[in-house]
Ligand binder design. Structure first.
Ligand code: 3H9
Length: 709
């Protein structure tokens, strides 16, 4: 096998150049580790070598961490322990070489990659968008275990380190420089030269002076009492955020705390034993699967077989620039660098849309995610007007007007007369079948749905909805542009509610039924947060808007029948002018934009009376299983292409607990016969809507699984 590591010595400086053959990223595999060990032994004993430089020769990737593929193969804690000890030995070797080492960072420097760079004496980074730096391990259900929990807090302070480690953040080189992870930030073209100069200086005994972070931070970090405070408040925050479902951030916290109290060696021991436990846990396995599914979707054109090439989209039109349309435009500018033209019915609407989009760009500038120059350049890509002019050049137009079939049909009829032959037409509808919107178009083959989720700049999912008549070139073009916008894209068949709303509707209806039966709002929401959802269903209704939720329910009820019948509560709330957070009136009270407690008036309006006597044991199974059953039906109808897309859609679109792997993975874990039995019991008690669907029953009978091992 070809070597990943090349070593050469010039003027007393050893260059260690990494380029893992036939792989898109550099990662620390067992083989790479062995190569490093051999080379480092040589350097240590070579009297001609005064210093070393670790650099990548793979574009866009310094080192993306330990090889995640190797985790999947770990059969036991013992194996995991051996793997992590191997990693620690290698990283420690960099720190104890007896010769200064410079990490010249260009491209992703993550996990074990950053841990290696931290063990070097000095870090120079290329100021390039691909240079992302961080310890994302907790997102895989593990902790930084090659010394990251020890070296990062010692370098930048406990608080700053915890901020990165506990959320698994990846920060751009510029921010890494500001907080002190990186010593020097340089233009990519001079990275080699600056690294070489630094290595030469270090070899001559130069000691780099490091800025210490803010005085306040070190006042807390540097004394045991202050640190205890930092750790206890971090622990509280982690528990609040994870609900105790994700053990990795707590483990990382423990490793940092232990190491700061008892020294580096003891800290490394704790890192290793916690890693061994976590790496073979079900939570980590599910999170790793989600990582690989997301990565696979980045390359998936959206259709099987020989697909046409997507058309490039450099000009985007957005028609209807309320909050949603404007945010789609802003993200298209920021992530895809598209030239975006807004169109709405009058000047004030266009002005409001542009203001929303500019605000989103300004926020990026304020958070230092855009330089002043980039901010100015991107802002100029946004324009708008009330006429159709400007849309003639569009490669893709996304319509985001009010959810009304006739209005949408009218928009597309007018639009079709303006745009060129190769322009894709997309509706951001959340419920209306695409084929119906496309009726009457001269070229319905270029029409599809692009269902974004609000807030667009935060929500990672995009459903691309294709009807029978949608042409493959249009599908792959929309999917490719969605990915360019930074979204995880699933291609979904045109059908009522598509995938995400199809699963949500029965879940939210059931929550409405529980309310009506006398279960308190807090009980319903807390139960589902305890299961692992980020928010409960009643909070979710307030967030998405009661009008939107009811509209989706009605569409699904009309299409799929009684099992999806909504309760009358939402209708009555709307008649009382309650739209949820957007007008600060819903199931909750709002003050100055902040959500407060439950609005007791809501119970009156829907005619419900919270009753502590109502049994709560069935709240969770009712809400969870009604969704699972619908997921199996929709999968069987081919609404999503496969179980991977179904699970990813539910995790990223609904907030189905990632640590459970998605609804279909969760069914496998529960066991299909057990799931059928639970649904049958619920059906006996609460009605036919819980009757297990045929597909689930047959799979349970034949012993199939959604994700066969
Ligand atoms: C760790 O380091 C543990 C240590 O603390 C302790 C150990 C002792 N391993 O995402 P992309 C693959 S844990 C294996 O499409 P991008 C990826 O699957 C690790 N494979 O590109 C894909 O493969 P394929 C902590 C990896 O430019 C290909 O590379 N590190 C790894 O959009 C391209 O990936 C992380 O969690 C890996 N470490 O984004 C970093 N990384 O082509 C995870 C990537 O066969 N990785 N691949 O489908 C990322 O965040 C992104 O992949 C990255 C590139 C930003 C690097």
């Amino acid at each position: 096998m070809t070597a990943a590591l090349t070593a050469r010595v010039e003027r007393g400086i050893a260059w260690l150049e990494l380029d893992l053959p036939a792989e898109p990223v550099n990662k620390i595999t067992r083989g790479v580790r062995e190569e490093f060990e051999r080379v480092l032994d040589r350097l240590a004993s070579d009297p001609d070598v005064r210093a070393g430089i670790l650099i990548s020769r793979k574009a866009g990737s310094f080192i993306a961490g330990a090889d995640i593929d190797e985790f999947g193969g770990l059969a036991s804690r013992g194996e995991a322990h051996a793997l992590v000890r191997g990693g620690q030995v290698l990283v420690t070797r960099f720190a104890t070489l007896g010769k200064p080492m410079v990490a010249a960072i260009n491209g992703a420097c993550l996990g074990g990659g950053l841990e290696t760079a931290l063990a070097c004496t000095y870090r120079v980074a290329a100021d390039d968008p691909k240079t992302l730096i961080g310890l994302p391990e907790v997102q895989l259900g593990i902790l930084p275990a090659a010394g990251g929990c020890q070296r990062l807090p010692r370098l930048i302070g406990v608080r700053a380190a915890l901020d990165l480690i506990l959320a698994g953040k990846q920060v751009p080189a510029r921010r890494a420089h500001r907080i002190g992870i990186v010593d020097e930030l340089v233009h990519p073209a001079i990275l080699d030269r600056v690294a070489e100069e630094a290595a030469a200086r270090l070899a001559s005994g130069w000691q780099p002076k490091r800025r210490r972070a803010g005085l306040g931070d070190f006042a807390l970090d540097d004394n045991p009492l202050g640190r205890r405070l930092v750790f206890s408040s971090a622990r509280k925050q982690v528990l609040k955020k994870t609900g105790g479902h994700y053990p990795a951030p707590l483990a990382a916290l423990q490793a940092v705390e232990h190491g700061m109290k008892h020294g580096m060696e003891a800290g490394l021991d704790v890192e290793a034993s916690l890693f061994a436990e976590l790496a073979v846990s079900a939570v980590s396995r599910n999170l790793v699967r989600i990582f690989f599914a997301t990565t696979a979707l980045k390359k998936d054109p959206g259709l099987p077989g020989d697909t046409p090439a997507p058309h490039p989209v450099s000009n985007l039109g957005v028609v209807g620039v309320g909050f949603m349309g404007a945010s789609i435009g802003a993200v298209a500018v920021m992530k895809a660098q598209a030239d975006v033209r807004f169109k709405d019915r009058d000047v004030p609407s266009v002005g409001r849309g542009l203001a929303v989009a500019h605000r989103l760009l300004d926020e990026q500038r304020e958070r230092h995610r855009l330089t002043r120059f980039e901010h100015r350049r991107l802002s100029r890509l946004l324009s708008g007007g009330v006429g159709w002019d400007g849309l003639g050049r569009a490669d893709l137009v996304i319509e985001a007007v009010f959810e009304d079939l006739e209005l949408k049909q009218q928009v597309f009829a007018e639009l079709e007369a303006q745009v060129g032959e190769r322009c894709v037409l997309a509706s951001n509808t959340s419920t209306i079948p695409i084929a119906e919107i496309a009726q009457g178009l001269q070229r319905p083959d270029r029409m599809l749905g692009m269902h974004f989720f609000s807030p667009v700049e935060k929500m990672p999912l995009l459903e691309v909805i294709v009807s029978e008549g949608t042409a493959p070139w249009a599908t792959v073009t929309a999917a490719a542009f969605g990915r360019k916008m930074g979204k995880t894209v699933i291609v979904v068949r045109d059908s009522p509610g598509f995938w995400v709303n199809r699963l949500l509707a029965p879940y939210l209806n059931e929550a409405g039924r529980l309310l009506q039966e006398g279960v308190a709002v807090e009980t319903i929401d807390k139960t589902m947060v305890k299961f692992g959802f980020p928010v409960g269903p009643i909070t979710l209704i307030d967030e998405v808007g009661l009008d939107v939720a009811l509209n989706a329910s009605k569409v699904l009820h009309a299409a799929l029948g009684d099992r999806l019948q909504p309760t009358g509560g939402l209708q009555r709330m709307l008649e009382d002018g309650r739209f949820g957070r957007k007008n600060q009136r819903g199931f909750f009270r709002y003050e100055g934009g902040k959500r407060r407690d439950v609005d007791m008036a809501a119970y009156e309006i829907i005619g419900a009376h919270p009753d502590p006597q109502v049994p709560r044991d069935d709240v969770q199974p009712r809400l969870v299983y009604i969704m699972l059953n619908e997921a199996v039906r929709a999968l069987h109808e081919g609404i999503v292409r496969n179980t991977r897309d179904g699970d990813i859609g539910a995790v990223f679109g609904i907030g189905f607990p990632a640590f459970r792997g998605g609804p279909l993975r969760y069914l496998d874990e529960v066991g299909l016969p057990q799931a059928v039995a639970t649904l049958e019991t619920l059906a006996q008690q609460y009605g036919d809507r819980f009757a297990p669907c045929e597909r689930l029953v047959s799979m349970a009978r034949t012993g199939e699984a959604f994700h066969p091992q």
